[in-house]
Design a binder for this molecule. Structure first.
Ligand code: C2G
Length: 445
C-alpha cells in the first residue's frame, strides 16, 4: 500500500485545495492530510486565517480524499510523521518547490502544480470571495511580494502586468501566475492591484486601477505631489475603494509596539526623533542614474519620515533639506530637518554614503534606541538618566515583511478599517508634500 501525506492550512477551502487533495490521493492508496493549527500558522507567519481548525479539518474531510486527518502543530513535524506513518510520498503544491527537498532522503517528494485562478471558496455554507491580487510591474520588488502574499490567507496572486511582454511572461512563469501586457484584460482578472512600478508611473496606474473599480496598494512613495495624493484618496473614497501606501514598516507588529511604548509616557514628552537609513546602491542602478526621479530621498525618504510623522503628526511647521550630490546632481545623502511646535525631527537617508541605520526617539524622561534594521522593528531599548536602568523589548518580523501590509490591505477591503491608523491618508499626503518640496528645492519640481 502506497501511503501519501500532505499538509496545509486549507483556510476558506477553495478549488486549489480541492484539486491538490484530489491529485495527492491519486499518487497512492492512502492519503494522510495534516491541517495546521492556529499556533503553528502564527509561528510560521501565515496571517489572516479565518476558519477555525475544526472547520478546516471538516472541510478537508468533506472533500472525500483524505483517509486520515492529523494536525500539524510545529516546524519539523513533517519528518517525524514520515517516519511514524511510514510514508512513501510527501506532496505539496509547486509554490513550495524546493522547500521540502530535504525530505527526499526519507520518501519521494512530489510538487503538484498549484491551481492558478482561484476566485471563490467551495464552502457549502457561504460563498467567500478570495481576493485576486494583480501585480503591476515585474521587477525586484514585485518578486518579493509573491512569496509574502502566499502567506496571507484569503488572497491569491492572480496575475502580473507589464507593458513589456517578455518581462511579464518571465515573471509569470517563475511565480506561476497569469500575465498580461494589455491593461483591460489584466483588470478584468483581478479584484485589487499592488503597484510595484517606477515612482513616476504610480499616479497613472493608481488612477486607472481606481477607475476600473480595483482596490490599490502602491509601493512608496505613492505619489510625488500632494495634490495628486489628495485627488486619489478622494476618488477612492468616492468609489468605496481601498487605497493605501505600502510603507511596510508601518504595518509590522514591532513598529506598532514601538510607537505604543514611545507614546505611553515612559520617556516623557517626545522632543526629538532621528531616523537614518542608508543602503549603498550600485552606481549603475536606476536609483542612481535617473536624474529626474532617482536619488536617496525619493527612494528611502518614506521610511525615515514615517517615525517622525507617526510621533509628531504630519502638521510640521517647516522642513529644510541638506544634501550631498554626485556629479549628475543626484542626491547621495540627504537630511530633511522637520520643525514642530514642540519638537524636531531629522530624516536622514543615503544610497551613496554609509551611516549607522538607527532610530532614536528622545523624550523629557528618557529615550528609545532602535538599531538597524529598525525599519524591520524587532528589538529596541528604553534608556533613562540612570545608565543602569534599561528596558528591552523584542518582537518578530517574519520574512520580507510585506505580508503584514497585505494582511491589513485585505482586512480593509473586507470592511474593517481598524488598520487605517497604521499609515493614515493624512500622513501619506504629507509625505507626498515633502517629496514635492524636496524635488522643487532640488530643481526637479
Ligand atoms: N494550493 C494550490 N493552489 C492554490 C493554493 C494552494 O495547489 N491556488 C495548495 C498549496 O500549495 C498546498 C495546499 O494547497 O499544497 C494547501 O495550501 P494552504 O492551505 O495555503 O497551505 P500552505 O500555507 O501552502 O502550507 O505545512 C503546511 C504546508 O507548508 C502548506
Amino acid at each position: 500500500m502506497t501511503k501519501v501525506i500532505t499538509y496545509g492550512t486549507f483556510d476558506l477551502f477553495h478549488e486549489g485545495h480541492y484539486r491538490l487533495l484530489q491529485r495527492a490521493k491519486q499518487l497512492g492508496d492512502y492519503l494522510i492530510v495534516g491541517v495546521t493549527t492556529e499556533e503553528y500558522d502564527q509561528t510560521r507567519g501565515k496571517l489572516n486565517v479565518v476558519d477555525s481548525l475544526i472547520t478546516r479539518i471538516e472541510n478537508v474531510r468533506k472533500s472525500g480524499f483524505a483517509d486520515e486527518v492529523i494536525i500539524e502543530s510545529s516546524e519539523g513535524q513533517k519528518l517525524l510523521d514520515i517516519r511514524k506513518y511510514q510514508i512513501d510520498i510527501f506532496t505539496v503544491g509547486s509554490d513550495w518547490t524546493g522547500v521540502f527537498d530535504y525530505l527526499k532522503d526519507y520518501c519521494r517528494v512530489v510538487y503538484l502544480d498549484r491551481t492558478k485562478n482561484i476566485s471563490s471558496t467551495m464552502l457549502r455554507s457561504q460563498e467567500q470571495r478570495i481576493c485576486r491580487i494583480g501585480i503591476v510591474g515585474s521587477g525586484r520588488i514585485a518578486g518579493r511580494f509573491v512569496p509574502e502574499a502566499k502567506l496571507v490567507s484569503g488572497v491569491n496572486v492572480e496575475a502580473v502586468f507589464n507593458p513589456h511582454r517578455d518581462s511579464a511572461e518571465r515573471f509569470a512563469r517563475k511565480w506561476e501566475t497569469d500575465f498580461y501586457e494589455d491593461m483591460e484584460s489584466f483588470y478584468a482578472a483581478v479584484d485589487a492591484v499592488y503597484i510595484a512600478a517606477p515612482h513616476e508611473t504610480h499616479y497613472n496606474y493608481i488612477r486607472s486601477a481606481l477607475e476600473h473599480g480595483k482596490h490599490v496598494i502602491c509601493e512608496k512613495p505613492m505619489v510625488l505631489k500632494r495634490q495628486q495624493a489628495e485627488e486619489l484618496f478622494a476618488f477612492a473614497k468616492e468609489r468605496s475603494l481601498v487605497l493605501f501606501e505600502g510603507v511596510k514598516t508601518a504595518y509590522c507588529p514591532g513598529f506598532s509596539r514601538l510607537l505604543g511604548i514611545a507614546c505611553s509616557g515612559m520617556i516623557g514628552s517626545i522632543r526629538n526623533v532621528e531616523a537614518c537609513f542608508t543602503k549603498l546602491e550600485n552606481p549603475q542602478s536606476r536609483e542612481l542614474t535617473d536624474v529626474r526621479y532617482g536619488g536617496s530621498f525619493t527612494e528611502l525618504g518614506s521610511y525615515v519620515m514615517l517615525p517622525i510623522f507617526k510621533l509628531f503628526g504630519s502638521q510640521f511647521e517647516d522642513v529644510r533639506f541638506d544634501m550631498i550630490k554626485d556629479e549628475n546632481g543626484i542626491d547621495l545623502f540627504t537630511k530633511a530637518h522637520f520643525r514642530y511646535a514642540n519638537g524636531m525631527g531629522t530624516a536622514t537617508c543615503g544610497l551613496g554614503v554609509k551611516a549607522e541605520g538607527r532610530l532614536m526617539i528622545s523624550g523629557t524622561k528618557g529615550y528609545i534606541i532602535v538599531e538597524a534594521p529598525w525599519w524591520k522593528t524587532t528589538y529596541f531599548e528604553v534608556h533613562y538618566e540612570n545608565p543602569g536602568e534599561v528596558e528591552k523589548f523584542s518582537d518578530r518580523f517574519l520574512g520580507d515583511g510585506l505580508r503584514y501590509e497585505v494582511s491589513d490591505f485585505l482586512s480593509m477591503i473586507n470592511g474593517n478599517s481598524k488598520s487605517e491608523f497604521k499609515l493614515t491618508r493624512g500622513e501619506s499626503m504629507a509625505m507626498a508634500e515633502v517629496m514635492e518640496r524636496f524635488l522643487k528645492e532640488d530643481g526637479r519640481g
